[in-house]
Design a protein around this ligand. Structure first.
Ligand code: NAD
Ligand code: IPM
Ligand code: MN
Length: 355
């Protein structure tokens, strides 16, 4: 029997609502497969915890999480706690402490009805964004000088180390090679004359080891245009932390919105647990109403299973998500339906039973 020990951090807003559905799906799989079991330990960390305890997680939170195989997270951040505190002290802390330097965010259109782009089908929008997830523009290096004075200055320094840049680019080349896809680097060397010139050089240098991989390199502004005009030109994409953050929301908009966008924060060496989470935030505007779309969070479960070499189940979940979208009967309001979060989770479980 293979047991995967999972730490749950449901977090804030719709986080707990969607994580509940992801757990429902894992429990169903456990019933359907004698070989597999999951253990769940839930942590109450988030903004409510902060308001009571004055901190976003327990002091030894990182040590506690380090005991698990994986972390499954809902969302972090809520009005009442400054975002830069809630995110830096929980979500970003985990990504950094556990060296989850690869952020895998598929941009996959599951049904042509989901894209706002005219005359585009599933064949035209199917790529993988590999976002650098440990440094870059989100290194957290900077200062606020002369606070509140007219001469005030805010500094936010991008940090692009050779180690950090090489490893993410190498990961992307490997992914492109192993899957027989092209690789596109997205950067901004014309204006960011230190960091992104360096990025482009590393992309070329490492490329020499991968002569079999066909490459493209675009500036981020032009790439945003191509995402919309010619999404079929992208297969595997590698980009920096900030650009990856923005481009994956754009990618989400092309494929059905944030309710369907997933991301895996991976430490490829498996030295630390990896973390699986939807791309979306806590959605305070719809929290507590039971109408959040759980499909992004359920897709994260599919990524989790792929990561633990349970690709068969990963694929079965994705195919169930595809089925529920094709049926159009049981969808949440963001996808034009009137089903609840729990209805969608239940239907996915029914679909899985028929796989
Ligand atoms: P958001 O992703 O929470 O919401 C943006 C919009 O998308 C809202 O209209 C929301 O209703 C909708 N939406 C998001 N997820 C949805 C779902 N599953 N189903 C249906 N609709 C959905 O982004 P925001 O409003 O910019 O941020 C809210 C809070 O979340 C902030 O505190 C922010 O810092 C935080 N945040 C956290 C994460 C994370 O934990 N990974 C990611 C992004 C934002
Ligand atoms: C995301 C989020 C986070 C990020 C925020 C909440 C810090 O936007 O996962 O896309 O920028 O990485
Ligand atoms: Mn984001």
């Amino acid at each position: 029997m293979k047991t995967i020990n999972i730490a749950l951090i449901p977090g804030d807003g719709i986080g707990p609502e969607v994580v509940e559905e992801g757990v429902k799906v894992l429990k169903a799989i456990e019933q359907l497969d004698d070989r597999l079991s999951f253990s769940f330990t839930s942590f109450p960390w988030g903004c409510e915890y902060y308001l009571q305890e004055g901190k976003m997680m327990a002091d030894d939170g990182i040590e506690q999480l380090n005991q698990f195989d994986a972390i499954y997270l809902g969302a972090v951040g809520y009005p009442g706690v400054p975002d830069h505190i809630s995110l830096w002290d929980l979500l970003l802390k985990i990504r950094k402490q556990f060296d989850q330097y690869v952020n895998l965010r598929p941009i996959t259109l599951l049904n042509e009805a989901l894209t706002p782009l005219k005359a585009r089908t599933e064949r035209d929008i199917d790529f993988l964004i590999i976002r650098e997830n440990s440094e870059g523009e989100y290194a957290g290096a900077g200062d606020r000088l002369f606070k509140g004075k007219p001469e005030e200055v805010a500094l936010q320094t991008g940090v692009f180390s050779r180690k950090g840049t090489e490893r993410i680019i190498r990961y992307a080349y490997e992914e492109a090679r192993n899957s027989g896809r092209t690789l596109t680097s997205i950067s901004k060397g014309n204006a960011l004359n230190y960091s992104m010139v360096f990025w482009d050089e590393v992309f070329e240098e490492i490329g020499k080891e991968y002569p079999d991989v066909e490459t493209y390199s675009y500036l981020v502004d032009a790439a945003s245009l191509y995402f919309v005009n010619d999404p079929g030109g992208f297969e595997v994409v590698v980009t920096s932390n900030l650009f990856g953050d923005i481009l994956t929301d754009l990618g989400a908009a092309l494929t059905g919105g944030l309710g369907l966008a997933t991301g895996a924060n991976v430490n490829p060496e498996k030295k630390f647990p990896s973390m699986f989470e939807p791309v979306h935030g806590s959605a305070p505007d719809i929290a507590g109403k039971g109408i959040a779309n759980p499909l992004a969070a359920i897709w994260s479960v599919s990524q989790l299973l792929d990561f633990f070499d349970e690709d068969k189940w990963g694929a079965a979940i994705l195919s169930s998500i595809r089925d529920i979208i094709n049926e159009k009967e049981i969808l949440t309001p963001d996808l034009g339906g009137n089903a609840s979060t729990a209805d969608v989770g239940d239907r996915i479980v029914e679909q899985l039973k028929s796989k």
